[in-house]
Structure formats: structure tokens, C-alpha cells
Design a protein around this ligand. Structure first.
Ligand SMILES: Nc1ncnc2c1ncn2[C@@H]1O[C@H](COP(=O)(O)OP(=O)(O)OP(=O)(O)O)[C@@H](O)[C@H]1O
Length: 345
């Protein structure tokens, strides 16, 4: 449905998007994820036609969009600051797109009602937008973006300003709603939790290039590089020399899954893969701190050798602060990371 071919955007001598190739299929929900400044919003703006490409192409349903103005691309946009029209009521906001497209009044009213129902605000058409809560404004903005029936809906930090609890609820609702409507979605977020809950596919950007693209489970299970692993919040990342099903690291020998790439590599050990073993049977560590997380406890360990180690233990098996423990590693929670592409910054 949407294809980017070698999409490149420069601001002065800075390349903010560098030869990005990306394809989004009909009905697919793709989330762009990446640190601040990695080019996420620029990519959306390029697809919307708010920013011309310096090189490459944007195609929608196979048609090159060069020179096609935003309002003729058939894309819906929803930005972080919902930008509702404060002087219009809820119905006036939602009806805006269809009115611009010349949809007759009766049909418009029916569509507004349908959409308000879809976003969980049935009958709210007559309310003033100023009197709505943040979450309600969010829903109105979404209804407004969906009202012209865009072939592609683009969301830029759609839930950015809402509190976490509301975001977590809304993101589940959004996914369900898009599934029901069959909407194709390209969304930007810097919140991994949001991206992983919403997306069929996650695309991680770094310095204007794609660092990894895959389903949430693929990316979470097998980060492609140290950059992606650290971006996802993994701390146990060390240089390693892999040979066979083991690797020499600052923590001693760590088992790796069969078939792992060999030689000088970087290793990720998931916190869940660190387990306590009888004294003398593993790496000696002291428990530095513990953070309770509901179903498990995150424990920071200081090994006798090597960098600090993050572990995750079930509630019933948590050693006390200051305790001396021995730990070993589970191969299935160890990932041999790919080589890092050269960063420009
Ligand atoms: N109009 C502009 N002129 C000059 N530089 C710009 C312009 N717009 C964006 N940039 C730069 O391009 C880079 C990418 O910006 P972009 O907004 O796409 O990043 P982002 O990944 O969406 O970041 P954030 O998560 O902070 O919104 C940034 O370094 C930004 O400063």
C-alpha cells in the first residue's frame, strides 16, 4: 500500500532520513520507534507530503506521490497536540474532513455518529471540545482523522500527552478498532511499550536509517544490534568471543544458543536468564539493589569480575540486599548480537 524507496531528506548538510526503504501492506499497523531526532516525524511528514524528499520516492498504491499535495494523498494525520478546533463542538470537529470533501450534510451527520460510537463517545456530538478530558479529546481527534476514510492513517505520538494508565488502555482499544476497520496505520512513538502493544510490525530508526524491522516478538526476542538492545532497555550487553556453544566474556564463560555466530561479537544476556546456583558453582556476585515489579523482582548484581549484571527473580526467590550469591546463565536467554552498522553521529 505504502512504499518508500531510498527516501532521503536533508536539512542543510544534515541527512535526517537516509535512503530508507519501507513497505507497509494493506491493513498493516506499523510503528516507527527510535530515539529523539532519529527521523520518525520526518518520515511521516514525507509520506504526508508535508516535506519533499531530496531523493527517493513515496508510492501509495503504486502511484508516485512526487508533487501530489497532502490533501490529495488520501492520508489521515493525527499529531500529538490534537489540534482540535476549539470554537467547534465535537461533531463540528469530526465532520471537518467529510465537509471539505463535499459529503452531503445528512451523510456527514450519520458518519459523525458512527465514528463517535466507534471511539467510545456515542452522543457526544454537541459537547464543547474545551470541556473534554485529555482522553476524550484524544478520541475526538482520532474520530476526526478517521472520518474522511483515509487509505492510510498516520499517527505521530498519538497518546503522548496522556498519563500512562490511560495510554495503556487506549492503545489496546486502538489496536482493536483498527483491526475492526481494517485501517492501514503508520504510527510514530518513542515509547516501546506503546509500539509493541499497537503494532503488527515495529521499525526501529537510528540516525535516519532502519536499525531493525520485525514483529514485536522478533525484535524483542532477537534485537539485531547493541543499539536496538540498549534502546529496548537491556543493560547486560558485553563484548564476547564466541566459540561453539559458549562465549568468553568479562563474566566468565557464558553459554550461547546452538548455531550462534562465532568469533568476536557482542552478547546480550536477558535478565531472566540469570539464575542463582549453589555457592562456588558460578559467578560470585553481591546483591546491590532490588526493585519490586509486581510479578518479579529486578535485582542489580555486582560480580567479582565484569560490569554490573541485571537479573530478574521470582518473588519467592529474591536474595536480600548485600547477600553474596553465585549465578549462572541460561543459553536460551543469551543473544549473540549482529555487527553494528557504522553510525554517522
Ligand atoms: N525543519 C527542520 N529544519 C532543520 N532540522 C530539522 C527540521 N525538522 C527536523 N529537523 C531535524 O531532523 C532530525 C530528525 O527530526 P524528527 O523530528 O524527524 O525526529 P524524531 O525521531 O521524530 O524525534 P522526536 O522523537 O524528538 O520527535 C532532528 O535532528 C531535527 O532537529
Amino acid at each position: 500500500m505504502l512504499t518508500l524507496e531510498g527516501a532521503t531528506v536533508r536539512f542543510g548538510d544534515r541527512t535526517v532520513l537516509e535512503a530508507v526503504d519501507l513497505a507497509v501492506a494493506d491493513h498493516e499497523i506499523v510503528c516507527l520507534l527510535g530515539p529523539s531526532g532519529s527521523g520518525k516525524s520526518t518520515l511521516l511528514r514525507a509520506v504526508a507530503g508535508l516535506r519533499e524528499l531530496d531523493a527517493g520516492r513515496v508510492l501509495l498504491d503504486g502511484a508516485d506521490q512526487a508533487g501530489v499535495p497532502t490533501h490529495r494523498r488520501g492520508v489521515g494525520l493525527m499529531f500529538q497536540d490534537h489540534q482540535l478546533f476549539p470554537q467547534k463542538d465535537v461533531a463540528g470537529n469530526v465532520a471537518f474532513g467529510p465537509r471539505m470533501h463535499g459529503v452531503p450534510k445528512a451523510e456527514r451527520a450519520a458518519r459523525v455518529e458512527e465514528l463517535l460510537g466507534l471511539v467510545g463517545l456515542p452522543g457526544a456530538g454537541g459537547r464543547s471540545v474545551a470541556a473534554l478530558s485529555g482522553g476524550e479529546q484524544q478520541r475526538v481527534a482520532l474520530a476526526r482523522a478517521l472520518a474522511p476514510r483515509p487509505r492510510l492513517l498516520m499517527l505521530d505520538e498519538p497518546l503522548g500527552q496522556l498519563d500512562r494508565g490511560l495510554r495503556e488502555r487506549l492503545v489496546v482499544e486502538l489496536r482493536e478498532l483498527f483491526g475492526r476497520l481494517g485501517t492501514t496505520v503508520l504510527a510514530v512513538t518513542h515509547d516501546q511499550g506503546e509500539a509493541f502493544a499497537l503494532a503488527d510490525r515495529v521499525v526501529v530508526l537510528r540516525d535516519g536509517r532502519i536499525a531493525q524491522s520485525g514483529t514485536p516478538v522478533e525484535v524483542w526476542r532477537r534485537p539485531a544490534s547493541e543499539f536496538v538492545a540498549r534502546f529496548l532497555g537491556f543493560e547486560n550487553v558485553v563484548p564476547a568471543e564466541v566459540s561453539g556453544t559458549g562465549a568468553a566474556t568479562a563474566w566468565g564463560r557464558v553459554p550461547v544458543p546452538e548455531g550462534s555466530p562465532q568469533g568476536k561479537r557482542t552478547l546480550l544476556v536477558r535478565p531472566a536468564g540469570v539464575r542463582v546456583v549453589p555457592a562456588g558453582g558460578g559467578l560470585a556476585c553481591r546483591v546491590v539493589s532490588r526493585t519490586f515489579r509486581g510479578h518479579h523482582v529486578s535485582v542489580l548484581l555486582r560480580p567479582a569480575d565484569g560490569p554490573p549484571l541485571e537479573a530478574e527473580f521470582p518473588l519467592g526467590e529474591v536474595p536480600g540486599e548485600g547477600a553474596e550469591v553465585a549465578v549462572a546463565f541460561r543459553a536460551e536467554d543469551v543473544v549473540v548480537l549482529g555487527a553494528e552498522p557504522q553510525s554517522r553521529s
